[in-house]
Ligand binder design. Structure first.
Ligand code: AMP
Ligand code: ZN
Length: 466
């Protein structure tokens, strides 16, 4: 597989440190609110990268953090007259609710910053010992100029980065570029004991601590949104490489923004839709499909129109699933027809093209196009009167496999519900046979009220969701 590496600005072959294993770290949410669908982009796309690597046989160890202590979490706690940990606990729970809806799998580990204090103190102490950090007024700062490679990820010379740097009046930095590793306690704020007095970690250090603790000193892949390249990831590199004396991450992958009216969706800009609200309007499945249909490095615009379009496209895939499930139960027995055999023989080719697209820097846009071509092929063959169960089974297998990798479409059968609907259809057929029209109509109306449409076909009564 090739991935675009921000560090080298090239598409490179992904070669893991340990053959067959991937160590991957993704920056997770700050838990003071529901996440918005801009945040959902890295959560969905990099979990998908992990799932695809697993599909290709890698053993993936995947870490995604929760930033459970920072100014935003503290402010929210103050607003609500509660404690930071209550706020964090609530929004971590809400994260998992949305993640589950969006079919984002759990990471191998989801560490919280506040569980990492010992590891953080350890790294900060090492940085001070090595001369990369200094204590000033109860804070500890990273001495950026001590790390000559600073700027290598954002590909900007130090002077350019320096131009934007400021010293806040409350800070005690030697240089505007320096950043806080440890912040001395302010009155009324949560704090932890440290060799530099009571305080709390700076924003960047938790990721260096977590990656080292759960994945080791050098990891394969590190991911996040493009807004994290500078300063967050640049600072993670400076911290980890100076402390460990080893490269931090071999491949840096960054997703482009999700925009609204061509402007970045962001909490501070106030132009955001939470995943929760977007799902209420369009369904989690549609949000996921919308995200997966675009390559992660292409800017993506969120609009009612684009979501409606995603919904309609997904419905086409789902119609193929329900048609195939129906034919699997109702089409004729026996060997595939010649036309079907030719079509079934082409399925491996679809899988190869799907993987080629995914191997090309996770090109999910092209992978989804391959699925649509497959759906078209299957629909054409299934339109024949003499369609067989054998073909339906084979077509369902490949469609489920490819959609399963992306977690799009009704790959999982809603078994109990489907069984109940099929039972009702059978009861209606029995009622019709017995010329009990009132009962037959009642069942049809009952199903209709539940959004189930019945259709008479040569293979029998077929149902679909409206
Ligand atoms: P935050 O909770 O703000 O630290 O963001 C969590 C993740 O969402 C980070 O990887 C950000 O880079 C990413 N992110 C934030 N806003 C957007 C957006 N509008 N589009 C894509 N990714 C975003
Ligand atoms: Zn991070």
């Amino acid at each position: 597989m090739k991935v675009f590496n921000t560090l080298t600005r090239k598409k490179e072959e992904l070669v893991p440190i340990t053959p067959g294993e991937i160590k991957m770290y993704s920056c997770g949410p700050t838990v003071y609110n529901y996440f918005h669908i801009g945040n959902a982009r890295p959560f969905i796309m990099f979990d998908l990268l992990r799932c695809y690597l697993e599909y290709r046989g890698y053993n993936v160890r995947f870490v995604q953090n929760f930033t459970d202590i920072d100014d935003k979490v503290i402010n929210k706690a103050n607003e609500e007259n509660t404690t930071y940990d209550k706020i964090a606990e609530r929004y971590i729970k809400e994260y998992f609710t949305d993640a589950e809806g969006l079919k984002i799998k759990r990471a191998t580990v989801h560490p919280k910053a506040t569980d990492m204090i010992d590891e953080i103190i350890d790294i900060v102490s090492t940085l001070i010992e090595k001369g990369y950090a200094y204590e000033a007024g109860g804070d500890v700062y990273y001495r950026v100029k001590a790390f000559p490679e600073y700027g290598k990820l954002s590909h900007q010379p130090l002077e350019d980065l320096e131009a934007g740097a400021r010293i806040d009046v409350r800070e005690h930095k030697e240089d505007p570029m320096d950043f806080a590793l440890w912040k001395g306690a302010k009155p009324g704020e949560p704090s932890w004991d440290s060799p530099w007095g009571k305080g709390r970690p700076g924003w960047h250090i938790e990721c260096s601590a977590m990656a080292r603790k759960y994945l080791g000193e050098t990891i394969d892949i590190h991911t996040g949104g493009v807004d994290l390249i500078f300063p967050h990831h640049e600072n993670e590199i400076a911290q980890s490489e100076a402390a460990n004396g080893k490269p931090f991450a071999h491949y840096w992958l960054h997703n482009a923004f999700l925009n609204v009216d061509n402007q970045k969706m962001g909490k501070s800009l106030g132009n955001f839709f939470t995943a929760r609200d977007a799902a209420a309007a369009y369904g989690y499945d549609t949000i996921r499909f919308f995200m997966v249909s675009a390559h992660y490095r292409t800017p993506l615009n969120y609009s009612q129109e684009s979501l409606e379009q995603a919904k309609a496209s997904l419905a086409r895939i789902n119609a193929a699933f329900s048609n195939l499930r129906f034919l699997r139960g109702n089409a004729q027995d026996g060997d595939m027809t010649e036309k079907e055999a030719v079509s079934a023989a082409s399925f491996d080719g679809y899988r190869t093209r799907f993987c080629d697209a995914m191997d090309d820097d996770l090109n999910t846009a092209d992978a989804v196009s391959v699925i649509f071509e497959l759906v078209r092929e299957i629909n054409t063959v299934c339109a024949e009167k003499d369609v067989t169960k054998a073909y339906a089974v084979a077509a369902l297998a490949i469609l489920s496999e490819l959609c399963g990798v992306l977690s799009i479409g009704q790959v999982e059968e809603e078994k109990s519900l489907d069984d109940e609907i099929e039972q009702l259809i059978a009861q209606r057929q029995a009622a019709r046979k017995a010329k009990n029209w009132a009962e037959a109509d009642r069942i049809r109306d009952d199903l209709k009220a539940r959004g189930i449409i019945l259709e008479d076909t040569p293979q029998g009564v077929k149902w679909s969701r409206a």
